[in-house]
Design a protein around this ligand. Structure first.
Ligand SMILES: [Fe+2]
Ligand SMILES: [Fe+2]
Length: 168
């Protein structure tokens, strides 16, 4: 059974798949073709899968549980404060991507932000969780992750990545 950190890592891999697709759309746009439907599909994927599904687990469940354990983790200049700020910046960039006024630049900015962000989280989360949670607390977190998960919606969002892949 996957522990909560593994669940987040698995979601990171799916988000990175989305970012790779966005890169391809950016390269196509640089050659002069703005593929509106695939771009809109990717915006939907990032808003729903990354922001609603994944960031909800991090911000509402993992970060909250970590702050309860250790309040020194809180604050603008803490590592988690930085991650929260990157989530906000990511949402801003997805807004710009959806406007399609400077699509390839915004797509590249979003890609580098998300790749950096995920690299930090994949290193930091295992350390934080293992050092602060015992087995039963890890299990509680895993159960909470499952409670907020809507498997149907998740499956549809992942299928959207295939739809975009096949359309390129
Ligand atoms: Fe994050
Ligand atoms: Fe994440």
């Amino acid at each position: 059974m996957m522990d909560p950190v593994e669940i987040l890592k698995e979601e990171h891999r799916n988000i990175l798949r989305g970012v790779d697709l966005l890169d391809r759309l950016a390269r196509i746009a640089q050659k002069g073709e703005l593929l509106v439907d695939p771009i809109d599909n990717m915006v939907h994927f990032f808003r729903q899968y990354a922001d609603v599904g994944h960031h909800q687990k991090e911000e509402d469940l993992l970060f909250t549980a970590l702050f309860e354990k250790d309040e020194t983790l809180q604050g603008e200049f803490s590592p988690i404060g930085e991650l929260q700020a990157q989530h906000v910046e990511g949402r801003r960039l997805v807004g710009r991507i959806s406007a399609k006024t400077s699509f390839s630049d915004d797509a590249q900015d979003y890609g580098s932000l998300i790749r950096r962000h995920i690299e930090i989280e994949d290193t930091l989360f295992p350390e934080l969780v293992v050092s602060r949670f015992d087995t039963s607390e890890m299990e509680q977190l895993r159960v909470k992750f499952l409670e907020v998960e809507d498997l149907n919606t998740t499956a549809k969002l992942l299928a959207l990545l295939d739809t975009v892949t096949y359309s390129l």
